[in-house]
Design a binder for this molecule. Structure first.
Ligand SMILES: Cc1cc2nc3c(=O)[nH]c(=O)nc-3n(C[C@H](O)[C@H](O)[C@H](O)COP(=O)(O)OP(=O)(O)OC[C@H]3O[C@@H](n4cnc5c(N)ncnc54)[C@H](O)[C@@H]3O)c2cc1C
Length: 379
């Protein structure tokens, strides 16, 4: 089969590496010029990391990561609301491993064998004709494939070319991300401050701690350009000693702060003819549950499984089985990450007060909802 994967991110690279192990060749195109972007932090639940066993990459990955052993929620002024040990989940299902996105992407790259990646390349058009898909690339060249996989993330071009605009879920919030050398400040602990109209999380990795400082996208909060460093400082002042330390560790160069809008998307369809969506392109994830990368990797494993049991003639059947195996699991976990966003991103002080009181009585399993159940379900 001639397979094109659009997007060399978490899902696309996992799929290419798994298919390579089964002697199914793929080609990848990637919009970015290389993998050197500073990226953001990723907590990988065992749902996703166990896929790396099938690539013989798990042990190396586990050595390169920090294991998240604790999860702590603090309030608007930094007081501890709740501390959870990850042990009950870790002992049954495996560790939560914390890394940077580039770390995982580069690891998957090493698992790709001879697979070709064309960087700096996008797709301009897709045309399905009978059993083939003709692809026009951004450099004007054209090629024909038996299957095109849209693994091009939240704002997928493949999705919009095939299915048109799909409904986004906008939280109305966004946040600045920066890196700081603070792993000893919150060792092996994910610390989140669920404030009033503001949120600050710190996620240690072996390459430093990733800080996310979020708030409603109003006024000049999300504006790039000079001065954003000071605006962030003002906005998150008075959230306690941890946040003060994170703010002090902000890079001096404004350009090293990156802004992310907190939105996701759910595509009404995942496949049409010989084009299929994978990962965030099919159902995007808010970072609230730290689960989008795991879902993309699981989906890649299922798609590789179905593709390894078919040939070019019956590829549409395999795609339909892939969607049947994945869709409801992915969407119920996506619902949970939206529910968590409503809990974490609160503007009213009364609602925040009630939330903080209720959180004290939550188990980690209850907070995680269907994510916790997903550990015990086959994929
Ligand atoms: C700040 C932040 C924190 C997060 N934290 C976590 C976490 O802790 N745990 C977790 O599991 N998930 C987390 N996520 C979500 C997770 O990163 C995504 O769900 C996951 O990366 C989805 O994988 P993907 O392969 O679908 O997309 P991506 O990994 O985004 O890959 C898509 C790739 O396609 C490329 N591309 C885009 N458009 C085109 C185009 N037109 N042509 C060619 N290539 C294209 C992109 O450059 C990219 O390389 C976080 C996300 C953010 C923004």
């Amino acid at each position: 089969m001639r397979i094109l994967i659009v997007g060399a991110g978490i899902g696309g690279m996992t799929l290419a590496a798994l298919l390579d192990r089964r002697d199914v060749a793929t080609r990848l195109v990637e919009r970015a010029p290389n993998f050197n972007h500073a990226g953001y932090m990723l907590g990988l639940w065992s749902l996703g990391s166990r896929v790396l066993h099938g690539l013989s990459l798990y042990e190396r990955f586990a050595t390169e990561c920090i294991e998240g052993k604790h999860y702590e929620v603090r309030d608007n002024h930094g007081e501890l609301v709740k501390h959870w040990s990850m042990a009950p989940i870790v002992e049954r299902f495996g560790p939560v491993l914390s890394c940077t996105r580039p770390q995982l992407v580069k690891l998957l790259y090493d698992g790709l064998g001879d697979t070709e990646i064309r960087f700096n390349t996008e797709i301009e058009a897709l045309e399905q004709d009978g059993d083939e898909v003709e692809v026009t690339f951004s450099d004007g060249s054209r090629e024909t494939f038996d299957l095109v996989v849209g693994a091009d993330g939240l704002h997928s071009r493949v999705r919009s070319l095939i299915f048109g605009e799909q409904p986004y879920f906008h939280t109305g919030w966004g946040g600045w991300v920066w890196w700081a050398d603070l792993t000893s400040v919150t060792p092996e602990t994910f610390v989140e401050h669920w404030g009033v109209g503001r949120f600050v999380g710190a996620y240690p990795t072996s390459h430093g701690t990733g800080i996310f400082a979020g708030a409603p996208c109003k006024g000049d909060f999300d504006q790039p350009g000079k001065g954003r460093r000071q605006r962030v400082r003002d906005r998150f002042a008075g959230m306690g000693r941890f946040v003060d330390t994170f703010l002090d560790a902000m890079p001096h160069d404004d350009a090293e702060l990156f802004f992310w809008n907190l939105s996701d998307v759910r595509s009404a369809e995942w496949t049409r003819g010989r084009v299929v969506l994978l990962g965030d392109a099919a159902a995007g994830f808010l970072p609230t549950a730290g689960i989008g990368a795991s879902m993309a990797m699981e989906s890649a494993a299922v798609l590789a499984d179905e593709l390894s049991r078919t040939n070019a003639r019956f590829v549409e059947r395999a795609l339909s089985l892939y969607v049947k195996r994945r869709r409801s699991r992915v969407e119920s976990i996506q619902d949970d990450s939206r529910r968590l966003a409503r809990t974490m991103f609160v503007k009213s002080s009364t609602v925040a007060h009630i939330r903080d009181l209720a959180t004290k009585f939550y188990s980690l399993e209850r907070l995680a909802g269907s994510i916790a159940k997903a550990f015990d379900e086959p994929i």
